[in-house]
Design a protein around this ligand. Structure first.
Ligand code: ADP
Length: 560
């Protein structure tokens, strides 16, 4: 019945452990792994980074436009009036001198079919530059008359919408087998009547664009406050290349030459220029893999901690359950141990009471049995009381100078008869050189009785008990030997634990509470000494209480 109850109790505890800890923990781990795999499949990290990249490129395009507008707006205001033809050239020249970032400036008027232009005077001595710029102007002169009505109309509409009436155009051309980028801004100069088609044009100097304007814009985007990219481990890098070619035309510092992660055309300001971005020295896929690996490692570490925790909990719970089982065994054993002497005492007392005994020796025997059984009871109850005091931390010892030889001898005296009655050969060796030792008399006597009692209980064929008291270096040793069933090596440490009883079936046929040796050890340690066992199964055991000659410092509470 009790076994069944224990089983269900154990199953319930394990079930609780499983349901409350193991299941949620496993579910959590499983979910995290699934989640990570899911992230990998969806490439969510890559997608997030791509989104950031696209956003940065969009900002770059907007910034290019704003900066170009800021550059051109004051120039537009300085443009000459078309009817004041004598002054146009000089004014254009003045503008160019003030703004070296332009390679030429031009004014076109449809009504007078007039195109006045001026090449950057700062480059007057550079024949190649002047030649190329003049070529550009000649090309401009071919298409502007045709396109100007449309251009003018679109600018007017912008003006009406309150936007700056400035537009940009550009593209690639080949000069002496080398690609070159040209780019212009056009606008309606101030004061031009609404029905008239007049355009101002300024061309950006290619060197200025490549070495100053665009690098400054990239720097601003990459390091400015608006940048959404974290630059710590792998800084983002940018480059610009022709829309139809992937070789960089210009690149930010640290561009690593690998394939860009995201690209965008600088449509509105610099047509045919492609802005590209990536992280320096790594790819987005790499970052994704690294992130995943990092997460897997963290997950693995956390799982280990969790498994460790579960294992610890499981160990503690099983330990507690074992202890509970030991305690219930203990109660059963102790009740049995109490009942036997009580039954004997009652039986013999009743017989005496009835007065049926005739022989005088019988009376003596009955009285002796009653005394012995009550002694056994007292010893058992003392053990239990001591144990409960120790458990509650209330055990106190009364240390006093003691003649150990006398104590051991007198303790054994009261037991000698019983030992011999049980058919045991008994040997007592008390050395003559034992100095006085400071001990608790009662506790030491009780330890000795526990050991002798065990020797009695756990002997089968070879019935022998030897007790020795001798001096050894700095301690006095009290030794109890038997030739009984012995204790296997792996149980020799455990026998000193409370409630522990050896697994040997022989032991279970003998009554016991599993408290005796734990008390002996507690007492020995409280005296600053210890108890040791030497034993071999079937050969016998030797228990030695070693008590130091130097007394323990405390005289009150025991050490645990
Ligand atoms: P118990 O009340 O069971 O005797 P103890 O604490 O005195 O409790 O002993 C614990 C266990 O150690 C015993 O159950 C027994 O298995 C083993 N033991 C103790 N003394 C001896 C001995 N002299 N010979 C063999 N086994 C012993």
């Amino acid at each position: 019945m009790s076994k069944k109850w224990r089983l269900t109790d154990r199953t319930r505890t394990l079930l609780t452990l499983e349901l409350a800890i193991v299941l949620p923990a496993t579910a959590l781990m499983g979910f995290s792994i699934w989640n990570l795999k899911h992230i990998q499949r969806d490439k969510a990290i890559e997608a997030a980074i791509q989104r950031d990249f696209s956003y940065v490129l969009k900002i770059a395009e907007k910034k290019s436009w704003e900066r170009a507008i800021d550059l051109v707006t004051p120039v537009r205001k300085q443009f000459p009036e078309v009817d004041d033809s004598s002054k146009i050239k000089a004014r254009l020249e003045g503008i160019l001198l003030e703004h070296p970032e332009y390679s030429y400036a031009a004014l076109y008027d449809k009504k007078n079919n007039l195109l006045v232009s001026r090449v950057q005077p700062g480059h007057d001595h550079d024949a190649v530059f002047c030649g190329h710029t003049q070529e550009d102007i000649n090309i401009l002169a071919t298409w502007v008359p045709l396109e100007s009505p449309g251009m003018s109309k679109s600018l007017r509409m912008m003006e009406e919408k309150g936007e700056p009436p400035i537009e940009f155009y550009g593209g690639w051309t080949v000069r002496e087998n080398q690609r070159a980028y040209w780019s212009i801004a056009y606008f309606i100069p101030p004061g031009v009547p609404k029905d008239r088609v007049t355009l101002g044009v300024v061309a950006f100097d290619e060197d200025y664009l490549r070495k100053t304007f665009l690098p400054a814009m990239m720097k601003d985007v990459l390091t400015g406050k608006s940048s959404v990219l974290k630059a710590d481990a792998n800084p983002p890098v940018m480059m610009i290349h022709p829309a139809k070619e992937s070789t960089p035309w210009l690149a930010s510092a640290n561009w690593d030459g690998a394939k860009p992660e995201a690209e965008r055309k600088l449509e509105y300001v610099f047509p045919d220029l492609m802005l590209a971005i990536k992280y320096q020295g790594t790819t987005v896929a790499d970052i994704g893999t690294k992130f995943l690996r990092y997460n897997y490692i963290v997950l693995a570490a956390l799982s280990m901690v969790m498994i460790g925790g579960i294992w610890l909990t499981y160990r503690n719970v099983s330990r507690e359950m074992n202890l509970a089982r030991l305690k219930s065994d203990f109660v059963a054993n102790v009740s049995h141990e109490l009942r036997t002497p009580l039954a004997l005492i009652r039986l013999y007392a009743e017989t005496l009471e009835l007065g049926r005994l005739t022989a005088k020796e019988k009376y003596q025997e009955y009285f002796r049995i009653i005394r012995e059984e009550s002694e056994r009871l007292t010893a058992l109850i003392n053990n239990i009381l001591d144990f409960s005091r120790i458990e509650a931390g209330r055990k106190e010892y009364e240390f006093q100078e003691t003649n150990l030889a006398e104590l051991v001898h007198s303790t054994l005296d009261s037991y000698r008869f019983q030992i011999q009655q049980n058919g045991f050969a008994f040997e007592e060796n008390i050395s003559g050189d034992i100095p006085p030792v400071i001990v608790d008399r009662e506790a030491i006597a009780r330890s000795l009785l526990n050991l002798v009692n065990n020797a009695l209980k756990y002997s089968k064929e070879q019935k022998f008990i030897g007790v020795s008291l001798y001096r050894s270096n700095s301690s006095v040793n009290l030794e109890v030997r038997d030739r009984g069933i012995g204790i296997s090596a792996n149980e020799q440490e455990k026998i000193f634990e409370k409630f522990y009883r050896c697994g040997d079936p022989l032991v279970h046929n003998v009554k016991g509470s599993g408290l005796g040796l734990s008390l002996v050890r507690h007492i020995a340690r409280a005296h600053g000494g210890d108890v040791l066992v030497e034993s071999a199964p079937e050969k016998g055991s030797k228990f030695t209480i070693a008590l130091p000659l130097v007394p323990p410092s405390q005289t009150g509470n025991a050490v645990a």
